[in-house]
Design a protein around this ligand. Structure first.
Ligand SMILES: *[C@@H]1O[C@H](CO)[C@@H](O)[C@H](O)[C@H]1NC(C)=O
Ligand SMILES: *[C@@H]1O[C@H](CO)[C@@H](O)[C@H](O)[C@H]1NC(C)=O
Ligand SMILES: *[C@@H]1O[C@H](CO)[C@@H](O)[C@H](O)[C@H]1NC(C)=O
Ligand SMILES: *[C@@H]1O[C@H](CO)[C@@H](O)[C@H](O)[C@H]1NC(C)=O
Ligand SMILES: *[C@@H]1O[C@H](CO)[C@@H](O)[C@H](O)[C@H]1NC(C)=O
Ligand SMILES: *[C@@H]1O[C@H](CO)[C@@H](O)[C@H](O)[C@H]1NC(C)=O
Ligand SMILES: *[C@@H]1O[C@H](CO)[C@@H](O)[C@H](O)[C@H]1NC(C)=O
Ligand SMILES: *[C@@H]1O[C@H](CO)[C@@H](O)[C@H](O)[C@H]1NC(C)=O
Ligand SMILES: *[C@@H]1O[C@H](CO)[C@@H](O)[C@H](O)[C@H]1NC(C)=O
Ligand SMILES: *[C@@H]1O[C@H](CO)[C@@H](O)[C@H](O)[C@H]1NC(C)=O
Ligand SMILES: *[C@@H]1O[C@H](CO)[C@@H](O)[C@H](O)[C@H]1NC(C)=O
Length: 573
């Protein structure tokens, strides 16, 4: 007992980031390539502990999480936790502006607390277009028992990852973008890493492994659906079943029934689905490409199977219809507006406009306000910490730039405790998703045309839902409000993988002028150093690729400590 007690203290002291009263959850991940053929063509996908998609991090509000990531790929790696807010802790955000990438063969332990959060999120590799090869998984934060939830506990909890997919691997796709080519039409849509059920012999070849979700008749399940794809908006629906929307990216919504919902890249939704059909056959679960044209998109459809335990046969016949508004996005926009949650003094206002990709210095690039972001070798937040000047400029334009298009490391100077209004203006012909790390923002308006001062009159300021990823329709704008109360350097980016890779991102730097360290956690002891700070990095002996780290011992130790903490929390006080 005494030994365990000491271990508990040692663990708490070692991980200075955490509050000892809250439980720990520790994970050991080996991130490695794996052969798979989700659409019938063999390729290298990115797996975690041999799984594709990776494991679901299933934790509860306020838990301390440690994830030891071993990079067994052949290129640097960072994992980011999309929508998990990382209060006061941009050090763990896992993007190039805050972290040095984990070198090949090295491991690095992320440590953070999921403070006051609840809901459905996901993680993925943030650099080098690696998300196109997988490496993603769910991040579920459950409510504490004493916190009520606005619906009855469902019978089961099912996570679905939907996303467009290419048979080319991520290094080949990267090469195409580097050569200035567009990626073209995806080869299909995966559901939980698997190809479509053979609903049509012409469209789907034989021998493809598909996902089956098994359920009990009469029961209600919570489905957490994440669009983890490259750039395709997907319409999600289940044959003959209602989707009762209850949550999006950590906010409970006004509960509404949908027969289908458009899920944009990077977005997460929870639906309650009641298995109230007669099970005369299995049912189709469909995720099909939206707002696209032409028969070469016919294959961009994911189909899984909903199988009742008393099902009388296989699913057959045509898929349930998508919404019938091929050329009209009004339905989708109204649907987005229907997802809902005084007087605010906006202190900063940015109109952030994207343009179709263009050539800058002979390279094809994507821009925001005329600037294509270029990540420096030194992470911005580390540069601040160690007073390295000139790594970036706080000069991101507040309005679309009419001047010279340029490649630069230009970011936004956010006013701590201010209220920022950001209007995303989409000048491209493709729908776009934008994401802000570290925050949930309130979506207050969207409409077609150019945003003007008068557009504020249409804002919904009282029950806009708070979320972290929002779509912007082509030729339209979306306005969000964000309260800048989280100190750190936070990534604002296109969630569309190709646009992001080509430079459609920036950061918002939020500094507490009082210089106190109470509003931001200190640099973690295990921080990696690179760029101008590379001399600070202690060497690490690379692990042999694919080798299991010797950490199962540590895991079991931590589990024991957790048990101890759970059993005797009073002793620690
Ligand atoms: C991707 O595929 C190409 C061949 O098309 C191959 O040369 C390359 O090694 C592959 N990359 C990975 C990471 O598997
Ligand atoms: C996740 O954790 C919650 C709370 O501990 C538990 O009730 C639930 O069964 C877990 N879900 C999965 C999918 O493991
Ligand atoms: C790498 O993993 C080993 C074993 O789990 C652990 O002891 C070590 O602290 C880790 N290194 C880093 C830099 O996280
Ligand atoms: C299968 O798809 C093809 C091509 O879209 C279509 O022509 C055909 O009618 C479909 N077959 C069935 C049985 O639905
Ligand atoms: C959703 O649909 C179900 C079944 O049709 C119904 O019982 C329920 O009242 C509906 N809920 C809302 C919020 O419309
Ligand atoms: C089951 O429901 C479907 C439509 O929902 C209906 O067409 C069919 O006749 C029903 N089958 C039985 C056995 O009740
Ligand atoms: C579909 O194609 C037509 C004609 O080529 C074009 O006018 C329309 O804008 C396209 N729609 C979409 C959503 O790309
Ligand atoms: C907004 O600003 C006005 C004038 O500066 C001030 O009177 C008011 O209290 C502020 N409102 C809020 C909510 O901060
Ligand atoms: C950034 O904004 C703060 C106020 O929030 C201001 O004091 C500071 O001078 C600004 N820095 C630059 C470089 O503009
Ligand atoms: C893009 O901007 C140009 C110039 O302001 C405008 O003429 C064009 O209609 C815009 N296109 C879209 C899709 O918004
Ligand atoms: C926080 O700041 C105080 C004084 O400014 C300093 O004594 C303390 O060591 C700092 N704590 C950390 C964890 O950096």
């Amino acid at each position: 007992m005494a030994l365990l007690f000491m271990l508990a203290w040692a663990a708490a002291a070692l991980w200075g980031f955490c509050s000892a009263a809250d439980p720990f959850a520790s994970f050991d991940w080996n991130v490695a390539y794996m052969k798979a053929a989700p659409l019938g063509v063999e390729q290298q996908v990115i797996s975690i502990n041999g799984k594709f998609p990776g494991p679901i991090v299933n934790v509860t509000t306020n838990w301390n999480v440690a994830v030891n990531v071993l990079n067994s790929l052949d290129e640097p790696l960072l994992i980011t936790w999309d929508g998990v807010q990382q209060r006061k802790n941009s050090w763990q955000d896992g993007v190039l502006g805050t972290n040095c990438p984990i070198p090949v063969g090295w491991n690095w332990t992320y440590q953070f607390q999921v403070k006051d959060q609840i809901g459905s999120f996901f993680y993925f590799p943030s650099i080098n277009l690696q998300r196109a090869a997988g490496g993603y998984g769910g991040f579920t934060i459950n409510n504490r028992v004493i916190i009520p939830v606005p619906f009855d506990t469902p019978h089961g909890d099912i996570t679905l990852f939907i996303g467009d997919w290419f048979n080319k691997n991520h290094t080949d796709l990267r090469k195409e973008l580097d050569q200035g080519k567009a990626l073209g039409v995806p080869d299909g849509v995966l559901i939980n890493g698997k190809g479509p059920y053979r609903y049509n012999n012409t469209i789907v070849p034989a021998g493809i492994d598909y996902e089956t979700i098994s359920v009990q008749p009469g029961k209600t399940y919570r489905l957490r659906v994440h669009n983890v794809g490259m750039f395709t908006c997907l319409n999600f629906r289940i044959q003959s079943h209602n989707l009762l929307l209850v949550e999006t990216e950590g906010s409970y919504t006004v509960q509404q029934n949908y027969t289908s919902l458009d899920i944009f890249v990077g977005q997460s939704y929870s639906f309650l689905v009641t298995m109230n059909q007669n099970a005369s056959s299995d049912y189709y679960i469909v995720a099909s490409a939206r707002f696209v044209n032409g028969s070469n998109w016919d294959r961009v459809v994911g189909v899984a199977i909903l199988h009742y335990s008393n099902s009388k046969g296989k699913a057959s016949g045509p898929l349930p219809d998508p919404p019938n508004d091929f050329y009209d996005k009004t339905y989708s926009m109204n649907q987005a507006r229907s997802i809902r949650y005084g007087s605010i003094n906006v202190t900063q206002m940015y109109i952030v406009e994207n343009k179709p990709t263009i050539l800058i210095d002979g390279k094809r690039r994507a821009t925001l306000n005329g600037i294509s972001y270029s990540p420096p070798d030194t992470p911005l937040r580390l540069a601040d910490q160690y007073d390295k000047k000139g790594v970036y400029k706080l000069d991101f334009p507040t309005r679309p730039d009419k001047g010279q298009l340029r490649i630069a490391t230009s970011i936004i100077n956010g006013t701590y405790k201010g209220f920022m209004e950001i209007v995303f203006q989409n000048n491209d012909t493709r729908v776009q998703s934008y994401h802000l790390d570290g925050y949930a923002f309130f979506v207050v308006g969207m409409d077609y045309g150019d945003w003007t001062e008068n557009s504020r009159g249409t804002y919904n300021k009282w029950d806009g839902v708070a979320r972290s990823t929002i779509q912007v329709y082509p030729g339209a704008w979306t306005a969000v409000l964000v309260s800048l109360d989280n100190v750190g350097t936070w990534n604002l980016r296109s969630e569309d993988l190709d646009s992001w890779y080509l430079g459609q991102e920036t950061y918002i730097s939020v500094v507490n002028p009082e210089g106190t360290n109470k509003t931001e956690l200190p640099v973690p002891d295990n921080a990696l150093y690179c760029g101008l700070l590379k001399d600070m990095q202690k060497p690490q002996t690379p692990h042999a690729q694919g080798e299991k780290s010797s950490s199962s011992l540590r895991s079991s130790l931590v589990s024991t400590v957790m048990l101890f903490l759970a059993a005797f929390p009073i002793l620690l006080w």
